[in-house]
Design a protein. Structure first.
Length: 265
């Protein structure tokens, strides 16, 4: 299967048209993905519910043939209230994210995506337990906080104990295609067995997706993106840490190509 991460309605439409099996809905992919807006999640849920009913996903799609698509993609929602690579959250930050879970559950989303670590980069058992309980019975993926945690093979055991059923990881490297990352991902698959699906993400492309499927990954994660550059602000002001020079847009054709590669294996 293919999970496509998106942070806009345009990207969601492109991913659905391309045949994505699942959508990971975020905001701010240029910041690594944060909790999306309620409006974006509502619009996407409306689209997939239309799709399940055999209707065009949007009025603007009347003639595109999406009413003939037979498989409704699952909608997975990122729960991450701020940027930063520490993933050690305060009581107030956790309260915010638990409230987000309540709101999105009411829309019937299929999965949550979350991760929390302690000050020493171990799995934060207490906060993970809180979120899994709040999300129940909706399943939860542990996200790439895992890539900065200590003792990964021990940590995967903790995730099993906590009740996570999927792990998104780049193998603790900048890209999952790094040879050392591939070896760790293989070790995680061996360690987790059928208790947790190991989903590689970061740098997954049409050029390397086949590698991960061949050694046992049941699902891969990609933005299938192209870059859209934004108009330059002439007075030099910056309104974000990424300088707001570009956004990522999911490319329908890349999704189709990725699905074809996965389907062949």
């Amino acid at each position: 299967m293919l999970e496509v991460c998106i942070d806009s309605l345009e990207s969601a439409i492109n991913a659905i048209h391309g045949g994505a099996d699942e959508l990971e809905v975020c905001s701010s992919l240029t910041e690594g993905g944060l909790t999306p807006s309620v409006g974006l999640v509502k619009q996407i849920m409306d689209m997939v519910n239309n799709m399940a009913a055999g209707k065009p996903i949007r009025k603007s799609c009347q003639d595109c043939g999406c009413d003939k698509l037979t498989k409704r993609p699952k909608v997975n929602v990122m729960i991450r209230c701020r940027t930063g690579s520490d993933f050690h959250y305060s009581v107030e930050e956790m309260d915010t994210m638990l409230s987000d879970v309540d709101i999105f559950k009411a829309y019937g989303v299929d999965r949550f995506v979350f991760g929390a670590l302690t000050e020493t980069q171990a799995i934060d058992v207490a906060n993970c337990e809180k979120l899994i309980l709040q999300a129940s019975p909706t399943p939860v993926t542990f996200h790439r906080a895992f890539d900065v945690c200590t003792a990964p093979l021990f940590s995967i055991e903790k995730l099993v104990e906590l009740g996570f059923d999927r792990l998104l990881t780049s193998g603790q490297k900048a890209t999952a295609s790094d040879p050392e990352a591939i070896e760790l991902i293989k070790s995680l698959i061996s360690k987790a067995g059928d208790k947790v699906d190991i989903m590689p993400g970061a740098g997954i492309s049409v050029d390397n997706a086949k590698t991960f499927v061949e050694f046992g990954c049941k699902i891969v994660h990609s933005s299938c993106k192209r870059i859209r550059y934004l108009p330059q602000i002439k007075n030099g002001l910056s309104m974000g840490t990424s300088d707001s020079e570009y956004v990522f847009i999911t490319d329908e054709n890349i999704v189709k190509n990725m699905k074809e590669i996965i389907r062949q294996n």
